[in-house]
Design a protein around this ligand. Structure first.
Ligand code: SF4
Length: 297
């Protein structure tokens, strides 16, 4: 369900609290992207509006998980691993479901900050040296072959590095190399024909986790501070918020009445258009009734 809400006060960071503060890997990334929005969300629960869920990506993730789980249970490599010459099999562990669940994930208490850091992995493989390999699934649809270039690629690398760090904090040996299983929805096929075709690419990623400890210390320092931190220069929401806020303040100071929220309604058509539409609808329903394959409900 969508709708804007400020996070409950019980979930805000409280400078004097002794309780470990839960910090997901996504929120660590929020800090890296913009300190001010991060601070407002963690200290006062004011978060940016949620975006719509990427339902096709979620479906791809679920199907890939099912596919790899078959090989996890059998202790065999997935054909994709063979074709990319990756000497590994999907890792079987009793906590696998917990590690993949959004609200639990792989967790650790970072003692210097008392943060309970967590992040949900898509998959983990294991190589013959008994090192764990972090794997993340990505779905896209673009003309070019997916890469880890640009801002998005940087964000994906940080994601991989936090997962590697979390598993190491849990005492597992972890390979520096992780993989992105990247599926690309093809637009060069003849027709849709009720199915979307994907090309699959396995992209290696060399993780460097050294930035995580100092970043957590910086985050703690920021959260303890009452100074409003700087904004990111590459975001257009702040100038928008400021312009909207100043306009409302100015109009309100001039005595403008503040109206409540109105539901957005579909505009009513003019009477002659409404008549034409209702004739067409009636005709369509007759045609539907005469169609033996039309669904009943
Ligand atoms: S620039 Fe402003 S709106 Fe954008 S992320 Fe930072 S604080 Fe938030």
């Amino acid at each position: 369900m969508f709708g804007y809400f400020v996070r409950k006060e019980s979930m805000w960071f409280k400078p004097g609290s002794q309780q470990p503060y839960r910090l997901s890997r996504t929120r660590i990334d929020n800090y890296v992207k913009c300190k001010r929005c991060f601070w407002m969300e963690e200290r006062f629960g004011v978060k940016k509006p949620d975006s719509f869920p990427l339902t096709l990506n979620i479906a791809v993730d679920a199907l890939l998980k099912k596919e790899f789980d078959v090989h996890r249970a059998a202790g065999t490599p997935h054909p994709m691993m063979k074709s990319y010459h990756i000497d590994a099999i999907p890792f079987a562990h009793e906590k696998m479901d917990e590690w993949r669940h959004n609200f639990t994930g792989v967790q650790t208490i970072h003692k210097p900050t008392n943060f309970s850091v967590f992040g949900a992995v898509d998959d983990i493989w294991i190589n013959p040296q008994h090192e764990l390999i972090v794997v993340d699934y990505k779905a896209t649809s673009k003309e070019s072959t997916p890469t880890l270039d640009g801002n998005l690629g940087e964000q994906y690398r940080r994601q991989m590095e936090v997962y590697q760090w979390l598993l190491r904090q849990n005492g597992f040996p972890v390979s520096d190399t992780g993989y992105f299983v990247y599926v690309n929805g093809r637009k060069d096929v003849e027709a849709f024909d009720g199915k979307l075709e994907f090309s699959v690419h396995v992209l290696p990623c060399l993780g460097i986790s050294e930035w995580i400890d100092p970043t957590l210390l910086e985050i703690k320092e920021l959260l303890m501070s009452d100074t409003i931190p700087p904004t990111s220069v590459a975001c257009e929401y702040c100038p928008y918020r400021e312009a909207a806020g100043k306009t409302l303040q100015r109009m309100s100071a001039r005595g403008a009445v503040v109206a409540g929220i109105v539901a957005v309604a579909t505009p009513s058509p003019a009477p002659d258009v409404a008549r034409a539409v209702s004739v067409k609808r009636a005709k369509r329903s007759i045609e539907k009734d005469e169609n033996p394959t039309a669904p009943m409900f």
